[in-house]
Design a protein around this ligand. Structure first.
Ligand SMILES: Cc1cc2nc3c(=O)[nH]c(=O)nc-3n(C[C@H](O)[C@H](O)[C@H](O)COP(=O)(O)O)c2cc1C
Length: 368
């Protein structure tokens, strides 16, 4: 064989073998990822019924809560009939969340799951917030009769589904329940389903998104939390695995290059247009006071909303761009007519199909 032909055949062979190896390895990693997901998103399996084992199980349920960028910014401590939750500031996202609003809201989401799971173990959870303490959420338990709520049942089913939905409406009854379930003392809600309202809210989301896409620190931080393939997602047990947002997987090196090439303002804004226009509605959570206590409460309210939506068979995902950029948040506040109260979270919901779920770190890593 001539030398040039030999080099060509050898080169093509190497590419083919590398491709096949990547394909087989990717397939293998996908199977492993699905095993990890099945082991993560489940109800309790048999465990010794000691008080400590129950507390650990409650913490496992807590970690299934939504949390900003899937950073899982929490530590849990088990006390005497008590669990406390503290922020893990090493996981803060200073670009998107400079005041730690989302970080504290994430702790609230985790606390809410504990409340619903506790009743299954005959425990009533009393949640108190101590904003000036490192152990900012204290959950004390007292005995009660065992019960299993609809919200508890769907804890392992809830996910943030970042995809276009099917354009179907939610029923008036569902909207009423969703609007009320996400309220608390100091937290109010506004639900929008009218096309004109949704188009206006969409423009705030696009304005916020445009601002963020032009912010190098925001983009870098987001990229740092993206996991481009199942192997990377499993290695970290946290972060935003591309498949969970309906995006392709790839080796980290290529994913990173591709991200730089395709993560652009226009397609991203168009994506949010499709997402909001195909949703049944958007809900805004608004707090009376802009402080840690209310951020945590807003997180609890979101988690209740999300579980109820899931129980109704509805999907949801955050469109927080409009509340993350301060100037846009002010414009949105004017539109919502809420004076100087803070819009904490903005969430769309509708009828759609599940995407792959995201992972969590092992419970042992978050118990101190
Ligand atoms: C306070 C808070 C803010 C969030 N903001 C956004 C957001 O702006 N955009 C988004 O797509 N997801 C957002 N999320 C969702 C998280 O990314 C999601 O919960 C996490 O990746 C874990 O995925 P899962 O909820 O499907 O389990 C937010 C979650 C929380 C609790």
């Amino acid at each position: 064989m001539k030398r040039r032909k030999f080099i060509f055949v050898a080169g093509a062979g190497t590419v083919a073998v590398s491709g096949l190896t990547y394909f087989l390895n990717d397939n293998y990693q996908n199977h492993k990822y699905i095993d990890r997901i099945n082991d993560t998103w489940r109800h309790s399996i048999k465990f010794d019924g000691s008080n400590r084992a129950i507390m650990i199980e409650l913490i496992r349920y807590a970690t299934l809560a939504a949390n900003s960028h899937n950073t899982q910014p929490w530590f849990f401590k088990i006390g005497n009939n008590k669990i406390t939750i503290s922020p893990d500031f090493t996981r803060r996202c200073s670009a998107v969340d400079p005041d730690d609003h989302h970080l504290y809201a994430s702790l609230g989401c985790a606390a809410e799951n504990i409340v619903h799971a506790a009743r299954v173990f005959s425990l009533e959870a009393n949640v108190s917030i101590q904003s000036d303490s490192a152990e900012v959420i204290q959950i004390d338990f007292e005995h009660t009769s065992s019960s299993q709520s609809e919200l508890f049942k769907v804890i392992p089913k809830r996910q943030c589904t970042r995809a276009p939905y099917e354009g179907k409406k939610a029923s008036a009854q569902q909207l009423k329940v969703l609007e009320i379930i996400a309220q608390d003392t100091g937290i109010s809600t506004q639900i929008f389903t009218d096309t004109n309202d949704l188009e206006t809210i969409l423009e705030f989301v696009v304005a916020g998104n445009t601002d963020q896409m032009r912010d190098k620190a925001f983009v870098k931080e987001l990229k740092d939390w993206i996991r481009f393939n199942p192997h990377s997602a499993m290695k970290h047990g946290d972060g935003l695995y591309t498949a969970t947002s309906g995006n392709p997987t790839s080796p980290t090196f290529f994913g990173s290059l591709l991200f730089d090439m395709v993560f652009n303002e226009k397609p991203e804004n168009d994506k949010y247009r499709d997402q909001i226009r195909s949703s049944a509605g958007v809900i805004a959570l608004v707090s009376e006071k802009d402080d840690i206590e209310h951020w945590i409460k807003a997180g609890r309210c979101y988690q209740r909303f999300a579980l109820q939506a899931t129980a109704f068979g509805l999907k949801h995902s955050f469109v927080n761009q409009a509340v993350e950029v301060p100037e846009v948040r002010t414009q949105l506040a004017n539109y919502l007519n809420i004076g100087n109260r803070r819009t904490d979270l903005l969430i769309r919901f509708g009828v759609g199909t599940d995407l792959p779920k995201s992972l969590r770190r092992p419970v042992s890593e978050v118990i101190v």
